[in-house]
Design a binder for this molecule. Sequence first.
Ligand SMILES: Cc1ncc(COP(=O)(O)O)c(C=O)c1O
Ligand SMILES: [Zn+2]
Length: 438
Amino acid sequence: MKKFYFKCRTCGHEIEGFKEWFANNQKCPQCGDNKINTIYSTPKEKIKELISKDARPESLWHYFDFLPLENKENIVTDGEGIAPIERWDFFEDYAKRKYDLNLKVFINRNDKSFATGTFKDKGGALAASVLKEHGIKEYVVASTGNTATAFAHYLAKAGISCAIFMPGDAFSDSMAHISTYGQKIFHVQGDYAYAKKVAADYAKKYNVLMTGGNLDPLRLEAKKTQVFEMLRLMGKTPDVYIQALSGGTGPFAVEKAFNDFEELGIFGKLPRFLLSQGDRCAPMADAWKKAKETNFPAGWEKDYPIYENPETLIPTIATGNPGMYPLMGPLVKRSGGDIFPVHEELALDMIRLVAYERVIKIGPASAAGLLGFFEALKRGLINDDETVFINMGESANRAYGYMHKAAYTIDEVHTVDDCEHFDRSKYKDKVWAPFEKY
Ligand SMILES: Cc1ncc(COP(=O)(O)O)c(C=O)c1O
Ligand SMILES: [Zn+2]
């Protein structure tokens, strides 16, 4: 029996595997749609053993039986997919102090992911492995930053050429990482939607395979394992799932895990998706607000704005043309969740707060996700006694400029007379101030 196959979500046609999928340009040979479900023959019960407290995974590949790779020999890995999940008492204390809520807040420390310090490492590792398995030697990726870096990294490890198309406002640190791997950056002078178009043109012109977007099984199947990790490390799935939202692969992947294992009854209820977008490019949040205010009229999910050339402080999560909204909106609604904007200007404050309280350096896209927690509290979207999981996406690696801006303790001095006696605790009020008045 084959380990896995695909089933078209639109017409039900069965596709044998990646060979057929790639040969058909990642479309269903029967109806031409690109939404497919990956179905495994591995008995579902096997997951219980993999998520047991005694399991000692070394990487994503601990979950090999539920990943779409046939042969373990093709695994490309850098220890990704097992980032720690830790409780943040300073977030819990804040919720108690300001809103009288008793919460358990768990943070997925993707900044610690070994290869690139982002949650995109999982997708990069699976993509490189599958491409290797199928003897594919080149690939095209369009990305705002982190997917690009992760794919460039893992494909380089597998000896696969990766042509990457990034929008004009991409962080130069991202490009520097990728370029030093010896992968190709085409820095497209235009927005992300336009970079995707140029990438597709390149893929067509040179007949190269290109990433399949937010529903690409290479990304979804890898990212669904975060739910397995929640069960393994938290012992249960959360009531609330918080993440910065761009295209939506993260939430779609979470849903996939819940759907796949529903019959086992151990995953519990789908968490409420509380998804934040930077306020300078928040098309899904804006569409959602309108839908909510008009009581979700028929066809609401197809009504969304497109923002061309958005001017944002966090380009890593800026998808101005939210083509996934017709699927993401309904998913959020089904979950009882919400989509809302957060103030991009507060990203620096969040970076300082986390660096002060936890001594870790995070990037602006992570800050947008964490701001989602504060905004959700303010909007009354989290209830007493709930468990909150925040998928914190990235380290500071990809945006050193932000770290320089976040620095706030540097005094130029000439002699000791210029030096006031230093006491770190004095900064505590300063870093908390923006959130106390939030
Ligand atoms: C750090 C970080 N957080 C969040 C996102 C949003 O990812 P998605 O909406 O595709 O799940 C991204 C990717 O763009 C990211 O790099
Ligand atoms: Zn089909």
